[in-house]
Design a protein around this ligand. Structure first.
Ligand SMILES: *Cc1c(COP(=O)(O)O)cnc(C)c1O
Length: 451
């Protein structure tokens, strides 16, 4: 019985796939003051030229530099598994496949773009990068990438996570990054918050403002973002391109492709090559994006222009948003607590190509534990949202007596999230009601576009 579909090193994709060649492009980012589309010059102080070009490119295929492919080869191509044991446990005629990104040294899909971003910055003479991190998944991926390319990295880590989740900080420091709790006294943005509230627990929004200010005020430094933007989604398509080949090896084609969404990058990375085939070859594949009920941007947000950060420093992006001032409840899937969504994913949902679904965290952990007991791998709490949806699709297939082919992304492992499993197993995990009141408040602060 085949359960693992492996590709050879020589089968590692040579190009990333750019879906903007095949879909109607999302509305452009605009300047908050004028409502006019922003030019590349607005991004130049914080991003290198090559990444700005990728951000607006409509070329279908973009070559992966040899130096990036060399690093990818440390853990890529990643395996695609058929979940025979889970299928048996569910007694379903469905076939469940999953792409496993937990085999990267940082334990998630995030190095796929971290390595590319570090490479392009280094190639343009940048000496130092800054970024923000919440629980530390993105910071650790970028720390590893910077170590490979000899770049300095300063990570502004949300203060409450810095103190509560020391392991990822240690991981970042092991790879050579400097990590400070945010708000920090090192930037104007940080000092302003500390003056008003010395005990501020921090937020991703504040940390972004600090990292952007640091990069914008130094010639040798640029800023790096781990999700949402077009170039990030582009780099992640290496997963979906591998999965296309691997599904072919398995002799199946997915009826439904599933992934969890925070900013949308891991799901885009797996799904966009399949979306391309639906758009250009008339395939009927369904696409399901899964989010937490506590931070339901796609299922309950508005599709409108909003800031990417709480401090209102970014251009406005057209996306599904809960409002940039929305602070989501502190669920365990830290990587899914973002108020907005990648504009590409938002557009595909708006166009009816993708559907979205939200779950409460106890249902998510129930699925994660069932998966771990059947397949062995302990999923990251973020990835467990995709597991939940895959199991529900398989159960629906059983009801319908249908041999549905399911593919989902297992975006990372949960070894640094065992505290969350401990809470679930001891019955202490709580669900948060959908914060309708709070979302309404936050939506009231949406920017008015234009002069
Ligand atoms: C960060 C993270 C996510 C969410 O980010 P996306 O950009 O939506 O992919 C999902 N899974 C894991 C394991 C993560 O670390």
């Amino acid at each position: 019985m085949q359960y693992k579909y492996l590709l050879h090193e020589k089968d590692l994709p040579t190009h990333w796939y750019n879906v903007l060649a095949d879909m109607g492009p999302p509305p452009p980012p605009v300047h908050p003051a004028t409502g006019e589309p922003i030019g590349p010059e607005m991004l130049a102080p914080i991003f290198p030229q090559s990444l700005i070009q990728q951000e607006v490119s409509t070329e279908r295929w973009i070559a992966i530099p040899d130096e990036v492919r060399e690093v990818y080869k440390l853990w890529r191509p990643t395996p695609l598994y058929r979940a025979h044991r889970l299928e048996r446990a569910l007694d379903t005629p469905a076939r469940i496949y999953y792409k496993y990104e937990g085999v990267s040294p940082a334990g998630s899909h995030k190095p796929n773009t971290a390595v590319a971003q570090a490479y392009y910055n280094k190639a343009e003479g940048v000496r130092r990068l800054t970024t923000e991190t919440g629980a530390g998944q993105w910071g650790s991926a970028l720390a590893m990438a910077c170590a490979f390319f000899g770049l300095e990295l300063k990570v502004y880590m949300v203060k409450v996570s810095y103190h509560q989740k020391p392991y990822r900080r240690v991981l970042m420091e092991t790879w050579g990054a400097q990590v400070v709790p945010s708000p920090s006294p090192d930037t104007q943005a940080g000092r302003r918050v500390l003056e008003q509230d010395p005990d501020s627990p921090g937020s991703l929004g504040i940390a972004i403002s600090e990292a952007v200010e640091d990069a914008a005020t130094r010639d040798d430094t640029k800023y790096s973002l781990g999700s949402v933007l077009n170039h990030v989604l582009l780099h992640q398509t290496v997963m979906g391109l591998e999965a296309l080949r691997q599904m072919e090896l398995a002799g199946d084609y997915p009826d439904v492709v599933i992934g969890c969404v925070g900013g949308g990058s891991n799901y885009a990375g797996l799904s966009l090559p399949f979306v391309g085939e639906r758009l250009t070859q008339g395939k009927r594949t369904r696409f399901v994006a899964v989010e937490p009920e506590a931070c339901p941007s796609l299922t309950r947000g508005q599709y409108t222009y909003d800031f990417g950060d709480t401090a209102e420093t970014t251009p406005l992006l057209k996306m599904h948003t809960l409002g940039h001032t929305f602070i989501p409840p502190s669920i365990h899937a830290g990587g899914l607590r973002y108020h907005g969504m990648a504009p590409i994913i938002s557009k595909l949902v708006e166009d009816g190509v993708m559907e979205a679904r939200a779950y409460h965290q106890t249902k998510v952990f129930e699925a994660a534990v069932q998966f771990a007991r059947a397949e062995g791998i302990v999923p990251a709490p973020e990835s467990a949202h995709a597991v939940r949806a895959a199991i529900d699709e398989a159960l629906a297939a059983r009801e319908a007596g249908e041999r549905r082919i399911i593919l989902f992304n297992l975006s990372g492992h949960g070894f640094l999230d065992l505290g969350a499993y401990d809470q679930y197993l001891s019955g202490k995990l709580e669900d948060y009601a959908y914060p309708e009141e709070k979302v309404r408040e936050a939506l009231a602060s949406l920017p008015r576009v234009g002069p």
